[in-house]
Design a binder for this molecule. Sequence first.
Ligand SMILES: Nc1ncnc2c1ncn2[C@@H]1O[C@H](COP(=O)(O)OP(=O)(O)OP(=O)(O)O)[C@@H](O)[C@H]1O
Length: 226
Amino acid sequence: MSAGAEVVVVEGVRRSFGALVPVLQDVSFRLEPGELVLLRGPSGAGKSTVLNLVAGLDRPDGGEVLVDGVRVAGLGHPARFRREVVGFVFQLHHLLAELTAEENVEVPLIPAHLRRSQRRARARAALAEVGLGDRATHRPVELSGGERQLTAVARAIVGRPRLLLADEPTGSLDAIAGERVLGLIGRLSRDQGMTVLLVSHDPRAAGRVDRVLELRDGRIVAPEPR
Ligand SMILES: Nc1ncnc2c1ncn2[C@@H]1O[C@H](COP(=O)(O)OP(=O)(O)OP(=O)(O)O)[C@@H](O)[C@H]1O
């Protein structure tokens, strides 16, 4: 691996929200292309804060966050970056209730200069990829919890981002649905070389990733053996 090829570089990052003790005191880690990494730690440790910083949804008080070699905090077009470089999956799917699955998956493509038929074709391909090719015209209310979350993954990957950020993507799902979502995320990393940073309390997640980052007391520490 040549120097500087990392998809994510987080270096000496600090972030506080007005409290006496900062949430992130000195966080540093790197993600190589195609790595699937679990970010773990106690509730309130700052895992979502880290994901938001990497996604450019928040700015660090100090330190650097680079994605694909670009400093995220200084981006001139953050919306474009979030659309084209980073895909984000949240614990709750955040699908739009009035839209069908394929219309929801199309949403991130709307600002791109594509014809409607091209957008639709890409959305259908993304839904097929997550195993929901036959649910394209269903609205969220007609999908199971797991199918909604798989649709949210399809929406996150429809723009072919280099980096997928997933914040508790199985947190609202039962064991079988959670297994499907974790399996899909594993396949995206393995088969497509997508770089993934996953936050999860799911005990099954640790066994499916390349590496674990443990966030504790504002720093990344050596992972505790399980
Ligand atoms: N925008 C904000 N304003 C004020 N405080 C915040 C903000 N975002 C996060 N915090 C605080 O920062 C701390 C870390 O929050 P964060 O959501 O990053 O933790 P987490 O590790 O993801 O927790 P959990 O596992 O419970 O989701 C919490 O104490 C939270 O209340």
